[in-house]
Design a protein around this ligand. Structure first.
Ligand SMILES: *[C@@H]1O[C@H](CO)[C@@H](O)[C@H](O)[C@H]1NC(C)=O
Ligand SMILES: *[C@@H]1O[C@H](CO)[C@@H](O)[C@H](O)[C@H]1NC(C)=O
Ligand SMILES: *[C@@H]1O[C@H](CO)[C@@H](O)[C@H](O)[C@H]1NC(C)=O
Length: 350
């Protein structure tokens, strides 16, 4: 039954033909008009540019979509078609898995020119967890553990770009704030944003990731349902939308800005400095792998959370109050951080 959930899949193939028209070809099973609209806006075939993105992914209404676009080069069964995209939707976050699967589907489509073979492949994956590729080995679900997907990005790259400022991202994530990231290139957004949930590894929650969002009503409404998120935008106008973020990351210029309304909750003190230094030291150690850095951060996080739980346990119904915190005479920024963290971790009495 796990498999079924995993592969709640359908295919969409807008095709671009030699006349430059985009054609909607095939879709299984049916897809709601709102999701269809979103997929069409992400699929680069509907854009004018000659700039094709081979693979993009994102999330809409708790459905992940993975879109692979292929260029048809030599004459094949697909006459007149110059490009096509396959969109696979699923409930799980696993870009590498769906990219590998989609590559096989693309090859089948180019070779046979009909969705029937793809459909068969989909069924075998669904029932057997395996799919034989025409040329090149097979695709096995079990090769694509979700943990691998969580660890696929590079935290060391993030820290090497932002240095001590990484602590702002860490704090924002710990406090379940809203992070908006802008970069004009979607590939850069996908690579960067997927790493960030690893800063709060104890939650293993990638559902907060919305790597590719357009400034449309449907998508923003969906985004606003999440109390805290990481959202990526290629549209620079997002910098004007202060209603959408607590922290704004200008990724191409490596600038992080905390919005006025979040400044108080995110005030930095000694504890932040200590965590920031730990992150930088761990990431700069040439001996440490990315997963080691994530582990180092996670150990520190768990220590902070264990302290917080111990504080909560001293209180009535194991919930922290501001009065209770004040009795410990923490430095003001630490007290403030623990207070907001207790709220984020549901350890606060309200
Ligand atoms: C076949 O697999 C190899 C190794 O995994 C890879 O480098 C190559 O690109 C694949 N060929 C095709 C046509 O996908
Ligand atoms: C990013 O920063 C650069 C340099 O400060 C600025 O020119 C650009 O407008 C910024 N982009 C956004 C989306 O804010
Ligand atoms: C933001 O808003 C201002 C004023 O409405 C506008 O001139 C500008 O083009 C918008 N976009 C960016 C990226 O600043």
């Amino acid at each position: 039954n796990c498999l079924l959930l995993l592969f709640h899949v359908f295919f969409l193939q807008p095709e671009k033909d030699v006349n430059g028209d985009t054609l909607w070809v095939w879709c299984y099973p049916s897809v709601g008009s709102e999701l269809r609209q979103v997929l069409l806006s992400k699929c680069c075939l509907t854009q004018d540019s000659r700039n094709f993105h081979t693979f993009v992914f994102g999330q809409f209404c708790r459905t992940w979509y993975y879109i692979t676009t292929a260029e048809v080069q030599e004459p094949t069964a697909l006459n007149k078609v110059t490009h096509f995209s396959i969109a696979v939707t699923a409930k799980d976050f696993n870009p590498e898995k769906y990219a590998a699967f989609s590559r096989i589907l693309c090859r089948m489509y180019i070779k046979h020119g009909s969705p029937v073979k793809m459909m068969e492949a989909y069924i075998t994956v669904l029932t057997k967890g395996i799919c034989q590729s025409d040329e090149n080995g097979s695709f096995l679900i079990k090769d694509h553990d979700v943990r691998k997907a969580y660890l696929a990005g590079s935290i060391k790259d993030v820290v090497s770009q932002f240095g001590m400022e990484t602590i702002i991202l860490y704090t924002a994530l710990m406090l379940k704030k809203r992070i908006v990231v802008h970069h004009p290139r979607i590939e850069a957004l996908l690579e960067f944003t997927r790493v960030l949930p690893a800063l709060t590894w104890h939650r293993k929650d990638w559902s907060i990731l919305h790597p590719y969002v357009h400034l449309t009503d449907a998508e923003l409404e969906d985004l606003k349902k999440c109390p805290g998120y990481i959202a990526g935008f290629v549209d620079p106008d997002v910098s004007n939308r202060s209603d959408l973020f607590d922290v704004f990351v200008n990724l191409s210029d490596s600038v992080i800005t905390v919005s006025q309304s979040a400044k108080e909750a995110m005030a930095m003190g000694k504890l932040h400095k200590e965590i920031g230094q730990l992150i930088v030291q761990s990431a700069e150690d040439p001996e440490s792998s990315d997963s080691q850095v994530i582990k180092d951060i996670s150990v520190k996080t768990k220590e902070i959370l264990a302290n917080l739980v111990a504080l909560a346990n001293e209180c009535e119904d194991s919930k922290i109050t501001l009065e209770g915190l004040k009795q410990h005479h923490f430095p003001p920024a630490t007290e403030n951080f623990l207070f907001h963290l207790a709220a984020a971790e549901q350890l606060l009495r309200i």
